[in-house]
Design a protein around this ligand. Structure first.
Ligand code: BGC
Length: 817
């Protein structure tokens, strides 16, 4: 079989690139959140402006690691503001910062003296300095009355953020600069360019406006400038609660490295994650979940509510009562009654974003949500139950700004789904018990509805061994495969698969399925990372003999930049090599996408990424990532959506629908489950009670699987209650396939299986089909497991058949058969 290369041989800008760039711009616009705007400080007239802060020239577009995307060009805030016509009057501060930054980088590299230290550099990534304190001279020479200070932070997989200055907290120089800015300029704007929230002290009280920029991909700088100038307007809403101080974060000091134990992560806050904690325990955060300002104001009225089948259908009228254009997010929360189970004060059950509303314009939005979202999990009964009492439905513009609009009275307890207990706790854990509930509501205007327990249908689940895929084309191929072939399929293409240029080849993929079975009709398919776009090599080269070489510092991983020169010389492209180009789009990070609260837009983002997958022959997109923001220090929060499972599940479902709109392209939801800390992620044991597991950490995955049918899922590195997740039959089979009906491929996270980590044989037994990227030790483990009965031949066959089905129905196979 001939090599198939889809990368372009020209670096010309394509129509697809321009179109996707436009989607990236729109999603950045909708993901920026305006947190404060006193005296309508914003928008600004285009004119002179003082720009300070590391994030101005070095805007962080996304986090590091597998979540990075290699786009053609990313627009910084500096560039965006210049393009929008602003005259930047603080060039001196900016060039001093750049010089400072270059010096710090050289120092970090060891000034060329310390030699090759790739491991040290990977473990201690370069953290840019924050720049010098703004001087009186800067202020005088800026010659204007408006300033913006952009605080910037970077993080990535493999390490959590530190609870220290320069990371979660502000550096002294930042505090001094922002204070000085606030005192010296008539209008002062603080911007946070970080993938998850941080502690900004009480500085927000001092400045005129605060913007959470987050990390907005390659078009972030342009979107930012257009919001500042009023050409566009903000419509993002927070997808997390911002605690006033870290000590307010539940069990914050036990998180990750902070208690000196990264081997065990106790999920002691139970279901009280994010606003569920702050609202129930009466702790006022700095900014509430769902919060965000517009340049205009809105009014919201619930005009209809009825129970239809197992859903509540709501109709809400939104009116723009201000003087500027804008979009509002209608958010629906439910406060369930306490009963035998103690409940959180409220939980999000649905949301919808309006279209653009001109002043005085109205729009009616419809929101339906499943009554099952109001249920809580009883570990004793192994069931999701609705306890009798009044369910108060709150409708509003954020978790704190709602009106009790509907009361659903349930006459008797009802079982929504009868399940079985999973993932038993092996450690004893003292759980948080709620103390305070919110004040009594004024329900005088609320619409009253009655729900009879007898009318609630109970979903029951059959926990049985899933069938081996019996589709005719799959069976035909399976009949030709030996046991060895099946093992080949289940272990991917091995480490070399990442750099092998054989057969179906896309430079920069992080894995592929086996190349050894093409004679039996199975092409290899490619897997590439996300979630902020499609991570491929932008420029690469092929030697005459068909070997991969790297071009202009475009490496598989950033750390290759620190390779010693004699190795670099061997892997770098030569003049006669054939150059290949793949220009993919870097979209806002997932947290920013969630902040759009716009499922339609996120579906468009998925669709845009699918076009790049088609173009470059990628079958599996290793995203969206759905882990819950349990703690603001998690190094990967930027790659995840929210602290709330409903927002997480709905946005992830939208991205998945977008990707899978093309038949034969697959979204891979990850990391299943409870990978909520990064330090020591391969050995860490997440200790989680079943109720929190089901209501919080699995719920987002459940919504995504049920609503969008992703064709792949990735297990996580960590253990869950003592068992590595790829070995967990409860997760990979009982929950995923039996309860939720998942029918795709389950794969491991990269190199999850090896001595002292998860066992490949046990993974096959559990229903984890594919070991990625696969090693010979995985092959040996599977053979051993088949011999000693840890895994059966049928289990191997089931996993292999799932992979065969995904390959033969892939877009890449169809195109190349
Ligand atoms: C990450 C995954 C990623 C994989 C492949 C792992 O380190 O945890 O999210 O998809 O690498 O790059």
């Amino acid at each position: 079989m001939k090599r198939i290369i889809s990368a372009a041989e020209s670096d010309a800008v394509t129509k697809r690139e321009l179109e996707n760039r436009e989607v990236a711009y729109r999603s950045a616009l909708e993901g920026i959140v305006l947190l404060k705007n006193s005296g309508d400080a914003l928008p600004l007239e285009v004119g002179k402006i003082a720009l300070y802060g590391a994030g101005v020239p070095m805007t962080v577009k996304g986090g590091t690691g597998s979540g990075e995307v290699n786009e053609r060009h990313a627009v910084t805030i500096l560039e965006g503001m210049e393009k929008a016509g602003f005259e930047i009057t603080t060039r001196k501060w900016i060039s001093d910062f750049e010089a400072d930054c270059n010096r710090a980088y050289e120092e970090w590299l060891g000034g060329g003296k310390s030699g090759f230290d790739i491991i040290n550099h990977m473990a201690n990534p370069f953290l840019a300095p924050v720049g010098r304190v703004i001087s009186d001279e800067d202020i005088v020479s800026s010659g204007c009355d408006t300033a913006i200070y952009v605080v910037s932070r970077q993080a990535g997989e493999g390490a959590d953020k530190k609870l220290s200055k320069g990371e979660f907290n502000l550096e002294k120089a930042e505090i001094e600069s922002i204070t000085k800015m606030a005192k010296s300029y008539k209008k002062s704007i603080l911007v946070i360019n970080s993938g998850s929230y941080m502690d900004i002290g009480e500085l927000d009280d001092m400045v005129s406006a605060v913007i959470y920029y987050c990390q907005q991909g390659m078009e972030g700088g342009s979107a930012f400038a257009d919001i500042i100038s009023g050409k566009a307007y903000p419509s993002g809403r927070l997808s997390d609660t911002w605690a006033r101080r870290y000590s307010d974060v539940p069990y914050g000091m036990e998180y990750s490295y902070l208690n000196g134990n990264t081997l065990q992560e106790f999920y002691r806050e139970g279901i009280y994650v994010g606003y569920r904690y702050y609202d129930t325990f009466g702790i006022t955060p700095r900014y509430h979940f769902g919060y965000g300002l517009s340049y205009t104001s809105f009014d919201m009225t619930t005009i209809g509510a009825e129970i239809t089948g197992d859903e509540l259908a709501l109709e809400v009228q939104v009116k723009n009562t201000g003087e500027k254009r804008g979009r509002e997010v209608v958010q629906v929360y439910v406060s369930p009654p306490d009963g035998e189970l103690k409940k959180e004060y409220q939980r999000l059950v649905g949301f919808a974003k309006t279209g653009e509303l001109a002043p005085c314009e109205r729009q009616n939005v419809k929101i339906n949500f499943s009554l099952g979202y109001m249920a809580s999990y009883s570990e004793k009964d192994a069931a999701f139950i609705l306890e009798r009492g009044d369910y108060i439905v709150r409708v509003g513009a954020s978790s704190v700004d709602t009106k009790a609009s509907v009361v659903i009275s349930l006459d008797e307890n009802a079982v929504v789904s009868k399940l079985r207990n999973i993932c038993p706790l092996r450690e004893s854990m003292v759980m948080t018990a709620p103390a305070v509930r919110g004040n009594a509501d004024d329900l005088s205007d609320a619409i009253r509805l009655v729900l009879r327990g007898a009318d609630v249908a109970t979903e029951s689940v059959q926990y049985k061994t899933p069938e081996i895929c019996g589709e005719e084309q799959v069976e035909r191929i399976m009949a030709t495969l030996s046991k060895r072939d099946m093992i080949e399929l289940c272990v991917g293409s091995g480490l070399l698969g990442m750099i092998s240029t054989k057969l179906n080849y896309a430079p920069g993929t992080v894995g592929r399925t086996t190349v050894k079975l093409h004679k039996k009709g199975l092409i290899n398919v490619n897997l590439a990372d996300g979630p902020a776009g499609l991570r491929l090599l932008k420029v690469s080269a092929l030697t005459k003999k068909g070997r991969l070489r790297f071009k202009d510092g475009n490496y598989m991983i950033g750390a290759m930049a620190y390779l010693p020169p004699f190795i670099k010389k061997r892997v770098e492209a030569k003049k006669k090599d054939r150059l290949l180009y793949q220009f993919t789009t870097s979209f806002p990070v997932e947290t920013a996408l969630a902040q759009s609260w716009n499922t339609g837009l996120c579906e468009e983002v998925g669709r845009a990424i699918s076009r790049e997958m088609e173009e470059y022959s990628i079958t599996y997109w290793l995203a969206p990532a759905l882990n819950i923001h349990k703690n603001p220090l998690c190094g990967r929060n930027f790659e995840y959506l929210s602290e709330d499972p409903v927002l997480t599940g709905k946005i992830a479902a939208a991205l998945t629908r977008g990707i899978q709109a093309v038949d034969g392209l697959y979204a891979t939801v990850k990391h299943f489950a409870c990978n909520n800390a990064e330090d020591n992620r391969n050995l860490s044991d997440s200790i989680v009670g079943e109720r929190a597991l089901r209501e919080i950490y699995l719920r987002g995955f459940e919504i995504c699987v049920r609503e969008s049918n992703p064709k792949a899922l990735m297990t996580s590195y960590n253990k869950l209650n003592g068992i590595y997740t790829p070995e967990s039959h409860d997760l990979c089979t009982s929950v995923l396939r039996n309860e939720w009906g998942f029918d795709g491929v389950v794969m491991t996270d990269w190199f999850s299986t090896k001595a002292n980590l998860a066992d490949a044989g046990k993974a096959i037994h559990a229903g984890n089909d594919l070991l990625m990227p696969g090693t010979s030790s995985d092959r040996r483990s599977i053979k051993k497991a088949l011999k000693n009965g840890t895994a059966t031949y049928d289990e191997l066959k089931r996993c292999a058949a799932n992979i065969v089905r995904s390959i033969i129905f892939s877009e890449a196979s169809k195109k190349n058969s």
